[in-house]
Design a protein around this ligand. Structure first.
Ligand code: DC
Length: 238
């Protein structure tokens, strides 16, 4: 079977990560949450008092950062490790969400993360979600999806997620954080969040989780089948 790259981009709190993880599971592919990588860098910068505007400090810090993902055998979740430490729950907290857009807009940070992400995709068979996956990291990805949803619905989903982890945050605060991040993500000079021309738009405001997963898995299956047929024809003609 032909192996493809599925690039899922879109706004914050659209359910990109949960959708991408389930699609990867359905396809038997690896899954990479690139937002978690920028969040881990932000955690490191805050903990080591790195000045984002000082390129020397940023380069030195990046040289000291190793981000890996490991599967938790208890809940099958793919968890983020920063220099060998499990930071999965820490990087999801509000104080990280408040700083991550600034850190992820630093060109050196993006360069380092994109290089790592491209290495992860060398063997294909990968679902990756983020903001610039279809536009910058894998511009030739065989399937690109751009996810969006109504901001209020996104804020409500995020609030429920935080609550489930024991963090109680006002809906208005979450909505403002989302809108601020959307603005920073779409207007930054370095790899802004854009819908790649060939990305399929998926507005999931009124879709259930199962419906959106089925849609994306179906699109991926169709592409895999078509590319596998083309590969077969090519092989026979050699
Ligand atoms: O998907 P998320 O909310 O966990 O992402 C956290 C932040 O990281 C988000 O505000 C934008 C940034 N990000 C990015 O700039 N590029 C990516 N490929 C992924 C995330």
């Amino acid at each position: 079977m032909y192996r493809i790259i599925v690039a899922i981009d879109g706004f914050s709190s659209c359910g990109k990560s949960t959708t991408a993880r389930k699609v990867a599971e359905n396809l038997g592919y690896a899954y990479v949450d690139t937002g978690a990588m920028y969040r881990a860098v932000t955690l490191y910068f805050l903990g080591h008092h790195v000045t984002p505007t000082n390129p020397k400090e940023v380069s030195a810090a990046l040289a000291g950062i190793s981000i890996t993902f490991r599967r938790n055998p208890h809940n099958q979740a793919n968890e983020t490790f920063l220099n060998g430490l499990n930071v999965e729950s820490e990087i999801r907290k509000m104080h990280i969400s408040e700083q991550v857009s600034q850190v992820s807009a630093i060109p050196e940070v993006r360069k380092a993360m994109v290089a790592q992400q491209q290495l992860m995709g060398r063997a294909k068979g990968l679902v990756m979600d983020g903001r610039d996956i279809g536009s910058v990291v894998f511009p030739k990805a065989e399937l690109k999806v751009f996810m969006t949803a109504d901001p209020l619905i996104r804020a409500q989903r995020r609030q429920a997620e935080l609550l489930a982890k024991g963090e109680m945050v006002e809906l208005q605060e979450i909505l403002e954080n989302l809108q601020k991040r959307d603005l920073l993500d779409t207007t930054r000079t370095e790899s802004p969040l854009v819908r790649a021309e060939d990305a399929i738009l998926l507005d999931n405001s009124f879709l259930t989780f199962g419906e959106q997963v089925d849609l994306v898995t179906g699109w991926a299956d169709t592409r895999i089948a078509r590319l596998s047929r083309l590969e077969e024809i090519h092989r026979k003609n050699l």
